[in-house]
Design a protein around this ligand. Structure first.
Ligand code: PMP
Length: 307
């Protein structure tokens, strides 16, 4: 990601120069990681000569859930966040694939229990598709355990939670993996630090349940729907054992930023014959939809310039 390449940022509903995106070090946001956030992709459509935001509403609705769980005292609405996001893309005159980051945070200088004032901001920056989408990734099972609902709920997309993934991810890189899978406190497969996990076994897609310490991912929902509609495959949501993954015919990660990323090995066990057929077909379908080239799922796309 080319950080700092946008002209503007949106702070508390006002568009300001990018360099003015400051939060005070004494804010609970800085001191305790009291920050709710979302990561959303937008795509430039050559065909429509427009920018399309993918599943914007669903992301904003999840942001409302995170703020509720965090007991943020705010009158922020989906509509205000939507307006600020679309305005900012227009002001930055973006015409390439990119990424929106939306934050709401405990500002001021209150104590650990303060629920406000709530500041909020939006960034829109270019972010091309990542090479791992075509190459696939080598994955290791982390010795770090995934946070759980009664510790730090993974369902809430809160910045502080991401230190769990950071411990696992940095260790995984040192150990020579591209990415890691974390296990739940019950020893089942959970997710990676920034994406959800699917495997295909004997033609059946399987993914951890929403009670397996995962973020309730919007891409996971999208993928389940596409597998059903386009390939007649019903995904089973259930606990997954570690060694089931070693035996998978195919596996992939999915998330808004990462999109659909094939997994080629887990703990050095190669999966199937390399990148699987279902994974490739699903990627093709996903990319056609997000870039506005499909005839269906218009409801998932928010046009920016011609909306
Ligand atoms: N899990 C975690 C921990 C994530 O950070 C993300 C990325 N937001 C995902 C899963 C995928 O979620 P989504 O499909 O909604 O982007």
């Amino acid at each position: 990601m080319k950080l700092g390449s946008a002209k503007y940022i949106s702070m508390n509903g006002q568009v300001v120069p990018y360099d003015q995106g400051h939060v005070h070090v004494m804010s609970p946001a800085f001191r305790y990681g009291a920050v709710a956030f979302e990561g959303i992709r937008f795509y430039w459509s050559e065909k429509r000569q427009d920018m399309l935001v993918f599943r914007l509403r669903e992301h904003l609705e999840r942001m409302m859930v995170t703020m509720k769980l965090m007991r943020f005292d705010t009158d922020l609405t989906v509509e205000r966040m939507e307006q600020a996001t679309l305005d900012l893309i227009r002001r930055n005159e973006l015409r390439e694939t990119g990424h929106i980051r939306l934050f709401a945070y405990v500002d001021g200088n209150g104590d650990q229990w303060s629920n406000g004032p709530i500041g909020w901001c939006v960034t829109t920056l270019p972010m091309p598709r990542r090479p791992m989408v075509s190459k696939g990734v080598k994955v290791g099972i982390s010795s770090w355990q995934r946070i759980s609902d009664n510790v730090m709920p993974p369902r809430a997309k809160v910045a502080a939670n991401y230190n769990n993934g950071r411990m696992a991810g940095t260790q995984g890189k040192l150990d020579g993996y591209d990415n890691v899978l974390l296990l739940t406190n019950h020893g089942y497969i959970s997710e990676s630090p920034g994406s959800c996990f699917f495997m295909i076994r004997k033609g059946v897609p399987v993914t951890p349940a929403v009670t397996d310490s995962i973020l309730e991912s919007i891409t996971r929902e999208t993928v389940m729907q596409l597998l059903r509609e386009s390939f007649g495959l019903q995904t089973v949501e259930r606990n997954i054992d570690r060694t089931e993954v070693y035996c998978a015919d195919e596996a992939f990660f999915c998330g808004s930023g990462q999109e659909v990323v094939p997994i080629v090995s887990v703990d050095h066990h190669p999966l199937g014959e390399g990148i699987g057929k279902i994974t490739r077909a699903l990627q093709d379908r996903y990319f056609v939809i997000v870039s506005g080239e499909a005839d269906d799922h218009e409801e998932w796309l928010t046009p920016v310039y011609k909306g």
